[in-house]
Design a binder for this molecule. Structure first.
Ligand code: GDP
Length: 460
C-alpha cells in the first residue's frame, strides 16, 4: 500500500462499531475536511466553530429529509487518535441509518476507509510506534484477562521502550565505529572493543529473554493447548460441554452481552484453554493405547496439559496403572480425573484415593466437583508466570525480528573475537539495528505496513 500525498490528506469514513442492530452506532471520519464534510449534512451548531473534544446534538439531513437525530463529537487536529481532524457521529443503531449517513458523507467528499486505515494514520503521524499499533489490534481481539494484559502493556509502550533502549545503546557504538572508519588509515579507536563486547552480551541476554517469552506469549494469545485423553465413553465430550456451558452461563448472566463461542475454547480463571483436536481424538478407540502410534504421540506432544479422564464404573486398577505409566513417559503434565463418581463403587474410590491421592473425582454428567478440577488446571499452568509484569512477546512478527537480531548480534560478537575490520563490524551492527528497528517501525517497507494493517478490520 503506497501512500500518495493526496491519500494522506483526504478524509476517510467508516462505521466504528460492529455491523448489525444496536442501541447506537458510531460513524467515524478522519482527515483535513472531516469537520467541514460533516457540517454539510449536519443541522445544529456550526461544527467548524466548535472547540475540540465537544459533543453536539443535531440532525443529519439529505436535503429536506431528516435521516436521524445524532450526536457529533468533534476532535480538532492534532488532539485526536489519528492526529487529524476527527468527527464521531453517534446515530441510532440501525444498519439502514448507518448506510444512509455513510453514503451521504461519501457524496459530500469523504472516502470509505480501508482496513486499519485509522490506526495506520495514527502510526504515520507518530501517535505510536508499530508494535503499539499492532497491540491495538490485539487489544480489540483479546478475550481473556491475560491476553488483555499483554496487549495493554504493549500498547502502552512497555515492549517498545525496552527495544528502543537496546537500540539506542547500539546506535551509539555504531556511530563511534563509523567515525573510526572516517579517519581511515590513522590508528584511532573511539569505540572501546571491550565495552562493545560487554554491551553486545548484555543485548543478547535481553533479546534471548524476549525470545523465550514467546512460548508464553503464544499461549496467552492462542490458549493453552489441552487434550482430554480417555477411552471411548469415559465422558470426554460430556466434560468438555459441561465446562463450556458453565462459561456460557456465566457470560450470558451479564445482561446484553452476547459472544460467539469458539468450540473447544474455554476461559478458566482468565486463561484460555484450547482443547486440541478433541473431535479427532474422540474417535480413536483408545487414545492412551494409541500413544504407541507415532501420529497420536506427536499430537499429544503439542499439548501443554493432558486431562486423563477415566470412567470409574468401567476401568480397573491394572488399566489405570498402565495408563498412568504411559502418560508419565510422555513428559506432558497431566491430571488424573476419575469420572462418574455418581455411580462409582465406594470401595474402588477408596482404593484409588489411597494409591493416587491427587486424583480428582468428578461427575461430568452432573457437573459435580468441576470447580476443584478447574483450580487444579490453573495450578498446573502456574498463573504467576502470566502476571509477572515482564514484557512478553506475543506477536510472531516481533519474534522473527528478535531471532534475526540474535543472529546478527552473535555475528558482531564473533567479529569482535576474530578482530575483523571496522567496516565489517559496522555492517553487522547495522544489521542488528535494522532488525530491532523493524519491530517498532523505525525501519518499515510499504509491504510490511500493508501486510500489518490489512489484518485490521475496516473502521479500526
Ligand atoms: P466420550 O466418548 O469420552 O466423549 O464420552 P461421552 O461424553 O460421550 O459419555 C459417554 C456416556 O457416559 C454418555 O452416555 C454420558 O451421558 C455418560 N456420562 C458422562 N459423564 C457421566 C457422569 O458423570 N455420570 C454418569 N452416570 N454418566 C456420565
Amino acid at each position: 500500500m503506497s501512500f500518495s500525498l493526496h491519500e494522506k490528506e483526504d478524509t476517510i469514513v467508516a462505521l466504528a462499531t460492529p455491523q448489525g442492530v444496536g442501541a447506537i452506532a458510531v460513524i467515524r471520519l478522519s482527515g483535513k475536511d472531516a469537520i467541514k464534510i460533516t457540517n454539510r449534512i449536519f443541522k445544529g451548531k456550526d461544527l467548524e466553530k466548535q472547540a475540540s473534544h465537544t459533543i453536539h446534538f443535531g440532525t443529519i439531513r439529505d436535503g429536506d429529509k431528516i435521516i436521524d437525530e445524532v450526536l457529533a463529537s468533534v476532535f480538532v487536529a492534532p488532539k485526536s487518535f489519528t492526529k487529524e481532524n476527527v468527527v464521531e457521529i453517534s446515530t441510532h443503531g440501525s444498519s439502514y441509518i448507518v448506510n444512509q449517513v455513510i453514503k451521504l458523507l461519501v457524496r459530500h467528499g469523504a472516502r470509505p476507509a480501508k482496513p486499519g486505515e485509522f490506526t495506520q494514520r495514527a502510526f504515520l503521524h507518530g501517535q505510536f510506534d508499530l508494535a503499539q499499533a499492532e497491540a491495538v489490534a490485539d487489544l480489540i481481539h483479546s478475550d481473556s484477562e491475560t491476553s488483555h494484559q499483554a496487549a495493554m502493556n504493549q500498547m502502552r509502550g512497555g515492549f517498545s521502550s525496552e527495544i528502543q533502549k537496546l537500540r539506542n545503546e547500539l546506535i551509539h557504538f555504531a556511530s563511534m565505529i563509523e567515525l573510526e572508519l572516517d579517519f581511515g588509515e590513522e590508528d584511532v579507536e573511539f569505540a572501546n572493543r571491550n565495552d562493545l563486547k560487554v554491551l553486545v552480551e548484555k543485548l543478547l541476554r535481553a533479546v534471548e529473554l524476549l525470545i523465550s517469552s514467546f512460548d508464553l506469549g503464544n499461549v496467552i494469545k492462542n490458549g493453552v493447548p489441552t487434550v482430554i485423553a480417555g477411552k471411548p465413553n469415559a465422558g470426554k465430550s460430556t466434560l468438555l460441554n459441561a465446562l463450556l456451558n458453565e462459561e456460557k452461563a456465566i457470560v450470558s448472566e451479564i445482561a446484553g452481552t452476547t459472544r460467539d463461542f469458539i468450540e473447544d475454547e474455554i476461559n478458566i480463571g482468565g486463561v484460555i484453554f484450547r482443547f486440541i483436536d478433541t473431535a479427532g481424538l474422540r474417535e480413536t478407540t483408545d487414545i492412551i493405547e494409541a500413544i504407541g502410534v507415532s501420529r497420536t504421540q506427536e499430537k499429544m506432544k503439542t499439548a501443554s496439559l493432558i486431562l486423563y479422564l477415566f470412567d470409574l464404573t468401567d476401568t480397573d486398577m491394572v488399566e489405570i496403572n498402565r495408563d498412568i505409566n504411559r502418560l508419565e513417559n510422555q513428559g506432558v503434565p497431566f491430571i488424573k480425573v476419575a469420572n462418574k463418581i455418581d455411580k462409582a463403587s465406594p470401595d474402588f474410590v477408596r482404593e484409588l484415593k489411597a494409591k493416587y491421592p491427587d486424583t480428582i473425582f468428578i461427575s461430568a454428567g452432573q457437573k459435580d466437583n468441576l470447580e476443584v478440577l478447574k483450580s487444579r488446571i490453573l495450578e498446573l499452568v502456574n498463573l504467576d508466570k502470566f502476571r509477572t509484569g515482564n514484557t512478553i512477546v506475543t506477536n510472531i512478527r516481533h519474534y522473527d525480528s528478535l531471532v534475526k537480531t540474535r543472529h546478527s548480534l552473535l555475528d558482531v560478537l564473533e567479529g569482535l573475537d576474530r578482530q575483523i575490520t571496522n567496516d565489517f563490524l559496522a555492517m553487522d551492527i547495522r544489521r542488528s539495528l535494522h532488525y530491532l528497528g523493524e519491530i517498532t517501525g523505525e525501519i518499515t517497507t510499504d509491504d510490511l505496513l500493508a501486510n500489518i494493517f490489512s489484518k485490521f478490520c475496516i473502521g479500526k
